[in-house]
Design a protein around this ligand. Structure first.
Ligand SMILES: [Zn+2]
Length: 156
């Protein structure tokens, strides 16, 4: 974000100017004029930085409420509505454990599920999945132990 770059630049300039002033003071120079100029520059930079920090915070607050407006309906929707509005390919039912799973990562080579989050209720799993999809978080890819050992054998 542009504002982030500006505040970072200002912070660095402020830091450098403070160091410069410190150096001038240590020199014990009688050049009060120069020192005063540096002090004024620091004061200006500080107030500028405060303005940008305020703007940054304001933008964060706006984003926060935008996200909240998108998350909120997920807690009101029922199972049927959620099922209609999200992609379900990463949701599964574990028959043995009688739990609902949401895939967190797959094996890149064989496609096996490596990690999943489990829920006792379908609705919980759907909400969790919906939240992830809303934030644009897809399952990760990794390599399972079998495929890893297979690749080692292939290399040897
Ligand atoms: Zn694998």
């Amino acid at each position: 974000m542009l504002l982030g770059i500006i505040t970072k630049k200002l912070r660095k300039e402020l830091h450098d100017t403070r160091k410069l002033l410190e150096r001038e003071k240590q020199k014990g120079k009688e050049d009060a004029q120069e020192r005063q100029e540096l002090e004024i520059r620091i004061w200006k930079l500080e107030s500028e930085l405060r303005t940008y920090q305020y703007r940054e915070k304001h933008i964060r607050d706006v984003l926060k409420y935008e996200y909240w407006e998108r998350i909120r309906p997920l807690y009101i929707m029922g199972t049927a509505d959620l099922k209609r509005s999200i992609r379900l390919e990463n949701l599964f039912f574990d028959r043995d454990e009688k739990t609902w799973g949401v895939v967190e990562s797959y094996c890149l080579q064989c496609g096996k599920v490596l990690r999943a989050s489990y829920f006792s209720q379908e609705l919980e799993a759907l909400r969790y999945l919906a939240m992830k999809q809303m934030l644009g978080i897809a399952p990760a890819f990794d390599t399972c132990m079998e495929c890893y050992q297979e690749s080692l054998r292939a290399c040897a």
